[in-house]
Every structure is written in C-alpha cells, then in structure tokens.
Ligand binder design. Structure first.
Ligand SMILES: [Zn+2]
Ligand SMILES: [Zn+2]
Length: 282
C-alpha cells in the first residue's frame, strides 16, 4: 500500500476544485490514502508563537521574516480546517494532520493541539535561533554560521521537540542539507542523538521527497547516513511528498519506496486519531 501523509493546501484555498487535483494525482500514482498536514502558520491559533520566536528585527533575516509572516499566513482557523476536511472525508480517503514548527513554548502548542482530533501531528525543525533556514531569500545567513553550530542547534531543537511528547512524526529529518551545505566533519554523534531522542519519544521518520524535487540538494530527506542510523534504531517511517502543488502529491513516491527498502524497511505507518498501525509497503 502507498500513502502520502505530508502535503499542504496553502497555495490555494479550502476549495473543492483546488484540492481535487491532489486526489487526482494520488489516484494516478496509486496511493491508497493521503493525509493533509497544513503548516501551523496557516492558523491564527499559532500566530503569537511565531511573533514570540522569530527574529523580527531590522537585520536581513528579520526584515524578510516580518514580511513573510504577513504573506498568506494565519488565514484559516482550526475549526475552518476541520470543517473542510470533514466535508472532504465524505468522498475521499483522507487523514487530518498538521505540521507544527519547532516552537520554544511546547506547553502552549500542546494546549492548541489537544483541542482537536488530529489523525497525526508532524513536528518539524524550521527555525534555528529564530531564523527560517529553508528560505532561499535569506540564504546568505548560512554564511554567518559555522556548520558545526548548525548541526548542534538542529540536534538541540529535535531533542526539545521530541521531549515535549507533542508529536508522532519528525518532519524531513536533516533537511539542513537542502542548500548543499555538506559537513566536512564527523556528524555521527548528531545522527545518534537525533535517533535516540526520536526512539525515546516514539517518533516516526518522515521520509520526504520534497527536498528531492524542490531544493538544490535534490535528495530525499533524511539522507542515507541518517537512514542507516534510523534503521539501526528501528524507527518507524512514513513516506511523503511535501506537495504544495496538486500535481506533486505522491511525487517520487516509487523512488522513495526503493530508497527505504534499500535500508531494510518494508512497512510504513498508517495513522488514525493518533493511533498507529504498520502496513506493508508497495
Ligand atoms: Zn517542513
Ligand atoms: Zn511540509
């Protein structure tokens, strides 16, 4: 069975015509079920957490992020989302997920999440020291940091996120490779720490093809070195496309299946109401 649990409707709207394209692409690629994982920045319930955490000063990053927070953000309440998804469920096999950024105040996140019946919750490290490192417009910021510090901070953020107990899945692990900043030092201690934190928190690995087709690195996240560690720790996985456009739903799914099989995986997780079951892959 093929599933895709990581995609976003945000480039369109909660509109049946727009989202039909995701279901059409899923059918074309033979997916049995999809899950939508809207970003936390879709919802006003999370707005204050962004203003608390992000760099919003007059620096290049701050100036960019001030505009970013006002562009296509916080436009639907969680109630709007659940109403729309429940209407979609009448005709489609679709799960209700969410992708939450790595906020510092995890008890505030818990309060928001606990009020809703999500099928699964993805936690993703999108910010390091309040800087959205995946934004190509502030890519210059990468030159202001030592790559070792970035690995250290990324790992600390995963450890915090995992320790909160708020999540089922870690989104696109080690996508800090997305702009091809490759380490020339030994990263094995970071890989081990992330895997150990995930194991303790019962977090699944989001094997995400978004970095395969949307970023310069052009590889599936997590990369092979972490996949080996994940397999050694027996971490469960999901496979996802991180589609932002309808036609990308299930994109590179078959390549991802071969990829995970090469590390010994033959099952993925399926979620309902935050309960998990293993299903055969393929
Ligand atoms: Zn993400
Ligand atoms: Zn995403």
């Amino acid at each position: 069975m093929k599933l895709d649990y990581h995609m976003h409707f945000e480039y369109g709207d909660y509109d049946f015509d727009w989202v039909q394209g995701f279901f059409d692409a899923a059918a074309k690629r033979g997916l049995a079920e999809i899950g939508v994982s809207e970003h936390s920045h879709t919802f006003p319930e999370f707005q204050q957490l962004y203003y608390d955490d992000l760099i919003l000063d007059d620096s290049e990053v701050g100036a960019f992020q001030k505009i970013w927070l006002k562009s296509n953000k916080f436009k639907h309440t969680l109630k709007d989302y659940f109403d729309f998804m429940n209407a979609l469920r009448k005709n489609h096999a679709v799960k209700i997920g969410i992708e939450v950024c790595n906020f510092q105040n995890q008890s505030a996140v818990k309060k928001i999440l606990d009020a809703w019946d999500f099928d699964y919750v993805i936690g993703s490290v999108h910010f390091l020291w309040g800087w959205g490192y995946d934004a190509s417009k502030v890519k210059a910021e990468w030159e202001r940091h030592d790559l070792r510090e970035i690995y250290e901070q990324y790992t600390l953020e995963v450890e915090k996120l995992a320790a909160s107990g708020n999540y089922d899945i870690l989104g696109h692990p080690f996508n800090i490779r997305l702009f091809k900043h490759f380490p020339d030092f030994d990263v094995s201690a970071y890989l081990e720490r992330v895997a150990a934190a995930m194991k303790k928190a019962n977090l699944a690995v989001d094997v995400n093809t978004g970095t395969r087709y949307r970023y310069p690195v052009a590889e599936i996240s997590p990369y092979a070195e972490f996949m080996k560690v994940a397999a050694a720790y027996d971490l469960p996985i999901i496979i996802s496309s991180d589609a932002h456009q309808p036609e990308d739903c299930g994109n590179f799914c078959d390549e991802a299946i071969s990829y995970v099989k090469s590390f010994g995986y033959d099952k993925v997780l399926r979620f309902s109401h935050r309960q998990r079951e293993f299903i055969e892959l393929g």
